[in-house]
Design a binder for this molecule. Sequence first.
Ligand code: HEC
Length: 144
Amino acid sequence: MKLSTHILILSLVMVPLVAMSRSNTPDEAIQARQEIMKYIGSQMRTLGAIQRGSAEFDPSVTRGAGQAIHAMSLSFAFLFEEGTFQGDTDAKPEILAGDGFDTHLDNFQKASLLLSQAANESDFNDAFSQLGQTCSACHREFRK
Ligand code: HEC
């Protein structure tokens, strides 16, 4: 199966999952965000292989992945609500406390949008590096 088809199918599966995750139990919110993070992580590995040159650059693939990650990034505002910081989670409760998390989230949403729009390899490399930095910046501060 072509990589782009694979990504498309995953996107079709994941988007309804994101839509469903609102207003369920805290455990379901935790599980949804962890699964979404894992999926984003797998997309980043695919994109990392392209950036390193071990897979061919194809804008339909990289932009599709960017679009999927961006769509998921928009769900995060609903998935870190009060009551979702106990139990099987590595999210720090400080997320609720202030603007720091929102700033990281905003940077993440902007970088994934850039990735979804990158039409050539140089723009892709820039957007991918920028996006990667937003993951580690937020994890350093808000993940246990
Ligand atoms: C705005 C903050 C933020 C951003 C941006 C962010 N993450 Fe996370 N990530 C978290 C938090 C918080 C957790 C812990 C979630 C939990 O355990 O409930 C997490 C967990 C994870 C996990 C572990 C999931 C699991 O439990 O198995 C992976 C993988 C991950 N993130 C990948 C990424 C990647 C890749 C990016 C960037 C493309 C990214 N994240 C961007 C905050 C963020």
